[in-house]
Design a protein around this ligand. Sequence first.
Ligand code: CMC
Length: 497
Amino acid sequence: MSHISRLNVISGHLKDEQEEEYVDELTSNNVNADAKKETLTVIDNRTGKQYNIKIKNQTISALAFREISEQKGDNGLVVYDPAFQNTAVVTSTITYIDGDKGILRYRGFPIEELAERSSFLEVAYLLINGNLPNKSQLDGWSHKIMTHTFLHENLVGLMKSFRYDAHPMGMLISTVAALGTFYPEANPALAGQDIFKSENVRNKQMFRIIGKLPTIAACAWRHRIGRPYNTPVNHLGYTENFLYMLDKLSEQDYKPNPVLCRALEILFILHADHELNCSTAAMRHISSSNTDPYTAVAGAAGALYGPLHGGANEAVLDMLQQIGTKENVGQFVADVKAKKKKLMGFGHRIYKNYDPRAKIVRRVAYEVFESLGKEPLIEVATELERQALNDEYFVTRKLYPNVDFYSGLIYKAMGFPTDMFPVLFTIPRAVGWLAHWIEHHEDPETKIYRPRQVYKGEWFRNYVPIEGRPPAKVRTQESYSSATTKRYSKVTGSGAQ
Ligand code: CMC
C-alpha cells in the first residue's frame, strides 16, 4: 500500500466516528458526486433496486448486504467467504502486512529492524502495549514476566503423567488448559462476566502465560528425554532461561550458548505476531465467548499445531529428510507440480512475495551453523528453493518460501527433534495472541463470533421408528487398526482391522 493510500486509511479511521450507516437504498436521482466517490453501487437485478454502500477503510460492511432483499422477510443477502479469504473481522492496530510487497511491521516498526536491534521481551512489550518501552519500563516488564515462570507442583505432576512418547504439543496444549484451573479468579464462570474489563486482571494472566510457557515447553522436552524437570532461573534472560531449563543437567553453573540464545530471540521476534492468521483468529474467536485466556490460548495452540500453519516447520523437515539429497530435488519438484506432493514451507495466504521473515531466518541459519556446524539438509533446502523460484508453476502462483522453510533447519541444528518445532513457535506466538486478546476486550465493536452458513441439507423429514428404516447411506466406517482392535478381532472373530 502506498504512503498516500496509507494516509487515506488513517484519515478514514479519523472520519469513522461521525459516519452514519453503511448502506442507503438509492434511487437514480439521489446519487450525488460525493456519494459516487466513496460508495459502491449495487444493482439487484432480481428487483431492479440500487443500493449505495459506503466504502470505509477500503472495506464495505457485510451487514449492509442484509438490506438487499428480494422480498420482505427473506433476511437479505449473506456474504459467502469460505476460509475467510477476503473478510476483515476486526479493526486492529497491532501488525501490518503488505503481502504483495513482502512488508511486515509490528506497531509500525519494520520486522527487519526489530529482528536486528530488539529483544523478544521488548517486542512483547511493544505488541501488547503499543510502544517501545524505556529502560525502566522494560526492566519492570521483564521482571514481571520472569517472576511468573514457576509452575504449581500439581501441574508438574500432571505433566509427569503423560506417556513417555507423548507429542510435546499435546502436552503443552493440555497443560495450558489445565493451568487455568489454578486461577479461579481469572475464570468468568467463577469470578464474574466482567473480570476482563479490569486491566489488572488481564495483566496478571498475561504475565503468567508469557512467563510459564517456556517452563511448560521445557518440561515437555525433559519428559520426552526422561530427565528431571528443571526449575526456572529468573535472573536469566527469557530465551537464556528457556535453554537453561531444556539442557541443564548436573553442571554447577550452566550457561547456555549466547549465539543460540540470540538466534532463538530472533526467531521468537519473527514469530511473535502475524495479524489474523489461523491461530490468532482462533484466539479471538474463542475469546469472543468471554472464556478465560488459558482455555483460549490452548485452543489457539491447537489451531497452530496443524501442518498448514505452525506445524509446517515440522512438515518441512520431514519433507527435506524424505528428499534426502540435492540430486532428488528435481523429481520432488516434478511430483509437486503433478500435485502428488506439497512443497511444505512454501506459499502463504497473504504473502505473494518473499516472506520477509524467511530472509532473516535464512541468514540466522548460517550464523547458527557457524557455531554448531552445518546442517547437511541446508543443501537440499537451498537447491529446492532455487529450483522452485525458477519454475513456472511456482512463479505463476506466486509461491515463495515462508517463515517455516528455514526455521526447522535451525531447530534441527540446535538439536531439537521435529515434534518440538511447533512448541518453539507457540511460545512467542502466545504474545501475539495476548495482544489480540487485549485488543478484543478493549474493542467496543466486538461481539461473540458467529459466522453464517449456506444450508444445503435435507429440508424437512418426519421421524421414522428404527424398525421401519431402510439401511442408512453412510460414509465408510472403516478405521485404522490398533493393538486393541486386533486383539479384540481375534477373540470375537470379527474382521475389524
Ligand atoms: N506446494 C505446492 N503447491 C502449492 C503450495 C505448496 N506449498 N501452496 C499453494 N500451492 C498451490 C495450490 O495447489 C494452488 O494451485 P492451483 O491453483 O493449481 O489449485 C495454488 O497454489 C493456490 O494455493 P491455495 O491452496 O489456494 O492457497 P491458500 O492461500 O489457501 O494456502 C497455504 C496457503 C499456506 C495453506 C499453502 O500455501 C500451503 O499449504 N503451504 C504449505 C504449508 C506451509 O508452508 N504452511 C506455513 C504457512 S506460513 C506460517 C504459518 O502460517 O504458520
